[in-house]
Design a protein around this ligand. Structure first.
Ligand SMILES: [Zn+2]
Length: 279
């Protein structure tokens, strides 16, 4: 198995929205905000090469939409999606599987792009299957006023029209050493990859634990549809990770890529923090 992690792009979100009910005096110590109350987030994608598959986990925002669409995303830095892949020796044609944790715009937008004439949308990875949970797919196509801005139809529907979509029903080992947990608190059918790498287990925590600062059980995003479910789901994976010394990998933390866990008098917290390369 080969693994790579790269940052597609940084972006910014409101710090209050990112930490829900936690007062700013507390969260801003753990994760500093700028003078507009914005915090900087990374957007890391994972490449997993195993058993003849080259799997890309999440695809970033993409660039299909207008400047207006991106005006509050403040995109900056990072390697870019196809550039980040190229820097590690992969072309878009090499990707056999795109695994989308969920369909919020910052996670799936890069999987589809405008065609050469600019009059249609096509898949960025022409030979890949696009894996999405059925629960998430149904949520995204039915849409709802609460998540409306997160599901622009041009990010979603062409995936099905391409014939490349694979809907996943339940938890499984999808590829050799690559399984995932199905979660419902952030959004229905959020899939969290759990990867066996030699004698180590890596959890790509996605939007379940977006940054190291989100390890405490009630430090959750106000984007979550059902906070109480997020708490239960986080507690389960954190306990398992603590007991088995799993490595957590953060998709959105601007500073920390990975950590292990330790039990403290306040509950489970980050222990060692380190770069993905050192795994
Ligand atoms: Zn999300």
């Amino acid at each position: 198995m080969k693994l790579h992690l790269f940052n597609i792009s940084d972006f910014k979100v409101d710090g209050g929205a990112m930490f829900g009910v936690i007062p700013k005096v507390l969260w801003s110590r753990a994760y500093p905000a700028d003078d507009k109350n914005l915090i900087n987030l990374a957007l890391r994608s994972l490449i997993v090469e195993t058993d003849g598959h080259v799997i890309l986990v999440d695809t970033g925002w993409g660039n299909k939409q207008s400047e207006k669409f991106f005006r509050y995303a403040y995109l900056q830095g990072g390697e870019g999606l196809t550039e980040g892949l190229a820097n590690r020796g992969y072309s878009p044609e090499d990707i056999t599987d795109v695994f989308l944790t969920h369909l919020h715009a910052d996670h799936c937008g890069g999987g589809l792009k405008r065609n050469e004439h600019g009059d249609g949308i096509k898949t960025t990875f022409p030979k890949a299957k696009y894996h999405v949970s059925r629960a998430q797919w149904e949520c995204a196509v039915q849409n709802n006023i609460r998540e409306e801005d997160s599901y622009p139809p041009e990010n979603i529907l062409p995936m099905k029209e391409s014939g490349q979509l694979n809907l996943i029903e339940k938890e499984a080992e999808l590829f050799s050493g690559f399984s995932f947990r199905m979660c419902y608190g952030h959004t229905p059918g959020l899939m969290i990859p759990v990867i066996k790498y030699g004698n180590k287990t890596i959890v790509y925590t996605g939007d379940l634990i977006p940054t190291l600062a989100h390890i405490p059980l009630i430090w959750n995003m106000s984007y979550d549809i059902e906070s109480l479910k997020t708490i239960v789901e986080k507690e389960k994976i954190l306990k398992e990770a603590l007991e088995n010394n799993y490595i957590l990998v953060f998709q959105h933390d601007e500073k920390y890529e990975c950590c292990t866990l330790a039990m403290t008098d306040k509950g489970i917290r980050a222990h060692e923090r380190f770069a993905f390369e050192s795994i």
